[in-house]
Design a protein around this ligand. Structure first.
Ligand SMILES: Nc1ncnc2c1ncn2[C@@H]1O[C@H](COP(=O)(O)OP(=O)(O)O)[C@@H](O)[C@H]1O
Ligand SMILES: [Mg+2]
Length: 226
């Protein structure tokens, strides 16, 4: 089967650690695998976080045969030179990066991201630090633009407790922030996202919590059509 997309680099990025970059990468990869299998969508997950290696530690080692899609350990240092090849083989390349830019190559990989999602917890503190992060990221978007490459960026609330006032407040104000946010979000769920994440699996797409992944995919698709 041929390739469906021109090889898009998608990444959940934020300089803050612990906001869910790796978790959301895995959840979205599961979703893509589930819905894209029939069409033959080729998804690669690149674990480029040398220190944490959250994804490969959680998944590839324990049972390779259970992994439904490709998970590769490629340091950010080596990723740029391999990206062209990856783009020619895969439709979507999901890159999991460390939070800080200190690791070699992270900054270079940022220049290769086509669609970025910025996960953050619904707190004033996280919103402020994500805005600071976006201020730095903006120059990369600008650089890409001058080179003829479009970048799409969306905020995504993670670990949400929908009943909390602080969330309701931030959600109501989200359209005034520096970058657009998804209307859907990922709820706080220790049971679902911390325990059961150790193998790649098919997900039940008929549940309310899939809305957010539908929206993420929709943003990726509209990036291509714009
Ligand atoms: N929606 C969620 N509900 C519950 N726990 C979560 C959720 N998202 C992330 N976590 C937990 O938060 C911690 C940090 O998440 P992680 O994805 O490793 O963040 P990052 O990659 O940004 O450093 C992990 O223990 C993860 O299981
Ligand atoms: Mg991580």
């Amino acid at each position: 089967m041929g390739k469906l997309l021109p090889g898009l680099v998608v990444s959940f990025i934020n300089q803050k650690g612990g906001v869910g970059k790796s978790t959301l990468t895995m959840l979205f990869a599961d979703y893509l695998h589930t819905i894209g299998k029939k069409e033959g969508l080729r998804v690669a997950v690149i674990d480029a976080d040398d220190m944490q290696n959250s994804i490969s530690r959680k998944r590839s080692r324990e049972d390779e045969s259970k992994n439904a899609y490709t998970i590769m350990n490629i340091s950010s240092k080596d990723l740029p030179e391999r990206m062209e090849t990856l783009k020619s083989v895969y439709d979507i390349i999901l890159v999991d990066l460390p939070g800080n830019m200190k690791q070699e190559g992270v900054a270079t990989v940022y220049y290769l991201i086509d669609v970025a999602f910025i996960p953050l917890e619904p707190s004033e503190l996280d919103v402020d630090s994500s805005m600071l992060f976006y201020d730095t990221y903006r120059s990369i978007i600008e650089y890409r633009k001058n080179e003829g490459y479009k970048t799409s960026v969306y905020g995504i609330f993670n670990r949400v407790n929908p009943n909390l006032l602080e969330f309701k407040d931030l959600y109501a104000k989200k359209d005034n922030l520096a970058f657009p946010f998804l209307n859907s979000f990922v709820k706080e769920s220790r049971v679902k996202y911390q325990r059961n994440i150790s193998t790649t699996e098919e997900v039940n797409t008929n549940t309310e919590e899939m809305q957010v992944w539908e929206d993420v995919l929709e943003k990726i698709t509209s990036h291509l059509n714009k």
